[in-house]
Each structure stands twice: as structure tokens, then as C-alpha cells.
Design a protein around this ligand. Structure first.
Ligand SMILES: C/C(=C\CNc1ncnc2c1ncn2[C@@H]1O[C@H](COP(=O)(O)O)[C@@H](O)[C@H]1O)CO
Length: 233
């Protein structure tokens, strides 16, 4: 079956740009309404953590179990769990949150193939535009947890790191879960990127790398406490 062309694909289409040029200004209203929907739905959300990871993780994989464990631990620590609302690790984290009695949020995205929010989402929004959805992941979360994943996961990880590095957000904890999976990337960042002076040494300290869900949640809780106290004075 031919994949359908999504709304976002029209916006980003460079080939038929002239055909779309008059409609693009109207699209801005649709984009605005998507921001409004997101802000309205999430405005009263209690502290939450955005969890990222592969859409392709199957329930028999250890990464899925890790996602369920993390979602549960975050919920028990009083954090809502925000994911992309899709399958794989997103589903796992939503499932863990729901089963622990926490708040399970899914920010879905329109894709060229049929997809619905996973069955463990309690508060769900469907976005057309990735960039609107990405704003919500950051704006309504106190931290990011990143499980093994592919391009989408790396995009979300590096967006967070860029925002912290450029001080668009301050002291935003970023936890990488899965030492075996992420260690190679961390080594490359240190041995190539840092050596080439494209990042600073303390940029590497923006991430906590661990296999231990309790350590991850304790780290996030500590950082959030610090930020809450700093905001009070
Ligand atoms: C490819 C498959 C499903 C795609 N469905 C997605 N639904 C929701 N969110 C998605 C999807 N794909 C990517 N994302 C976002 O990126 C991260 C995962 O990307 P990765 O490339 O798989 O690492 C995830 O955190 C989402 O926010 C298969 O059925």
C-alpha cells in the first residue's frame, strides 16, 4: 500500500514548494492550534519525566522489561511518565506507569502508516508536527530518560543536550539507561568530539549513564529537589 502523505510532509515539501506557498500561511494557524491543544491538555500536569527509546522493541526484549521497570519506578516516585505514545519502549514505559498507578501520558505523532496510541496511555494527544510535540516533551518534563533506540531516540537525546548546553533549559537531568548500548557513543563523544574541541569536558557531565533504574530515579528526584529549592529562594 502506498504510504499516505502526512500534513508535516506537505509543510516540509521542497519540490512542490510553489504550489503550497499560499497555503503555508494557513498552516501556521493549524500549527498554532496544535500548540494550544498541547498547552491546554498538559498545563496542570504534576512533575513528569519524558522517556524515549526504540519504537521497535518487542515485549520479549530486555529493553522492554527495562522500560516497564522504569515507568513503574518513576510513577512510584511521584513522576508522571511522558512518551511518544507509540509501540516498543514507549509502550513499555507507559505500561509500567499505568500498572504502578501513575499518570501515563502519550504524545502521538501522525505517520504515513496507520498507528494508534498504545493501550497503556491514559492522557493522549495526537500531533501532526514533530517540532510541536518535541516542545511538549521538554516543557512538561523535569528530566529525560533515554533507553536504547535509533534515529528518533538520538534526535530526542541530542535536542535535550543542545537545550541544556545552550542554557535554554537549566540543570535538566538526562539519564541514559543501558550501559552496554550507550557506552560506545559516550566513548566516541569523549575520544572524537571532545578531542576535536567540538564540545567541552563538562558537556559530558550532562548525562548520567547507568543500568540501575533506582539510581536513575534517585538522580532525577535529587536534581528536581535542588531545582525546587533554588526556585524558592
Ligand atoms: C517505526 C515504528 C513505529 C514508529 N512509531 C512511532 N510512534 C511514536 N513515536 C515515534 C515513532 N517512531 C519514532 N518515534 C519517536 O522517536 C523515538 C523512537 O525512535 P527510534 O528511531 O525507534 O529510536 C521515540 O521516543 C518517539 O518519540 C515501528 O512500529
Amino acid at each position: 500500500m502506498k504510504p499516505k502523505v502526512t500534513t508535516e510532509a506537505h509543510l516540509l515539501d521542497t519540490v512542490h514548494r510553489h504550489e503550497w506557498k499560499h497555503r503555508d500561511s494557513w498552516r501556521a494557524l493549524r500549527i498554532l492550534s496544535e500548540f494550544v491543544d498541547g498547552f491546554d491538555t498538559l498545563a496542570d500536569l504534576e512533575p513528569a519525566v519524558s522517556v524515549f527509546g526504540s519504537a521497535r522493541t518487542t515485549p520479549d526484549r530486555p529493553e522492554y522489561a527495562l522500560g516497564v521497570e522504569l515507568g513503574g519506578a518513576l510513577a512510584r516516585a511521584g513522576f508522571g511518565v511522558i512518551t511518544g505514545g507509540g509501540p516498543g519502549t514507549m509502550e513499555a514505559a507507559n505500561r509500567g506507569a499505568r500498572e504502578a498507578g501513575g499518570v501515563s501520558i502519550g504524545l502521538g505523532i501522525e505517520l504515513p502508516f496507520e498507528q494508534k496510541l498504545n493501550d497503556f496511555v491514559d492522557v493522549g494527544i495526537d500531533f501532526r508536527y514533530f517540532f510541536v510535540r518535541k516542545t511538549m516533551f521538554v516543557k512538561y518534563a523535569q528530566a529525560f530518560c533515554v533507553l536504547p533506540g535509533g534515529f528518533g531516540t538520538l534526535d530526542e537525546l541530542f535536542e535535550a543536550l543542545t537545550l541544556v548546553q545552550t542554557k535554554k533549559v537549566t540543570r535538566f537531568p538526562v539519564v541514559l539507561l543501558g550501559v552496554d548500548y550507550w557506552q560506545g557513543l559516550i566513548d566516541w563523544l569523549r575520544d572524537r568530539m571532545l578531542q576535536a574541541a567540538n564540545i567541552r569536558k563538562d558537556d559530558l557531565d550532562l548525562m548520567l549513564l547507568t543500568d540501575d533504574v533506582d539510581e536513575a530515579v534517585a538522580h532525577i528526584a535529587r536534581e528536581c529537589d535542588y531545582l525546587r529549592k533554588a526556585a524558592e529562594v
